[in-house]
Design a protein around this ligand. Sequence first.
Ligand SMILES: [Zn+2]
Length: 400
Amino acid sequence: MTAQTSSPDLARVRKVLRSVPLIDGHNDLPWRIRAEVTPPRDVVAYDLRQHTSGHTDLARLAAGQVGAQFWSVYVPGEVKDSGYARIQLEQIDIARRIISQYPDRLALALTAADIEREFRQHRIASLIGMEGGHAIENSLGALRVYYGLGARYMTLTHNVTTDWADAALDSARHGGLTPFGREVVREMNRLGMLVDLSHVSPGTMSAALDVTEAPVIFSHSAARALVDHPRNVPDSILRRLPANGGIVMVTFVPAFVSAEAAVVDLRHMAREKELKQTVSDTAERRRALEAWDRDNPQPRATLAQVADHIDHIRQVAGTDHVGIGSDFDGIDHVPIGLEDVSHFPDLFAELARRGWSDADLGKLAGRNLLRVLHQAEAVAQRLQRERQPSTTTIDELDRK
Ligand SMILES: [Zn+2]
């Protein structure tokens, strides 16, 4: 909690967050349980009723007044051990097992109405968000089945450019989206799965905004005008959000919210790329990168910087186009003042101190995302009357 934040501000935001669900756009707990804890993949052993080693557990979610959570089902784009779809299915399985492990506290949510109902029941509405369009393996049938399993958003890429969409941190090969990429967006609209533009290049953001019939989201990004990191959203895209209806859910990733941290992060990535070209032994490469990280520690970001991004997006896109997307349990570093999921109210108190009204804090917390999801559901209903599931393939659309 910041020193300037007086307790009347905190009391005020706690009241707001009792009347509106705080909807966080991105939490990587399923990947953490899969890969970073012992025993791996064991949602019973990683007991959320205890204080966990990570950023998330039930007591801290309650202290943070989290009303709904998009649990990220992330699949790395860099490894292709037995195909992306297997890992994607396993990640959805982990997320669903987490949700069903605590039926008194968490409930699977598939619609905006589910979020509203579970919030009244004092359970955390739990949504599933896919991170990485490579997981569909260029198949619209796979996309539809993921929707059937509960996925309600998909980032079109992760850090690797796919066969049909350019990623922010990879080379732009398609000038945004290929014809198949545009068909993916249209099919997501028809299903009612939110098109998530975090992780994609500005060209892909622009192409997706051109084709989408429903509001888009950025589940975990910040403002590029404040921090020039390729993962952030340029003002030219923010200005298109009022017409589209979409929202940027502001992330807490230090390298995206602090300009000083971004510089070190970009140098880290350049060093990593250089090592990939010059050192063939992967273990040696990892040791060299770890040594570089020790010599180049990342400067800390702050809660006030996160609030600056929220203020900037409100200024450029408007109060109706901003939300929260922490990336807790997906980040090694956290901002000072936002150490774990219990700290969300401190961020809202900082904004209250800066003059945000209760109504605007409610929009930021969850009303904006609820509006987006209701609208996407209405678009899907209309499109399902107008057209059948798309049966086209990437070979048919992108053959050059
Ligand atoms: Zn991410």
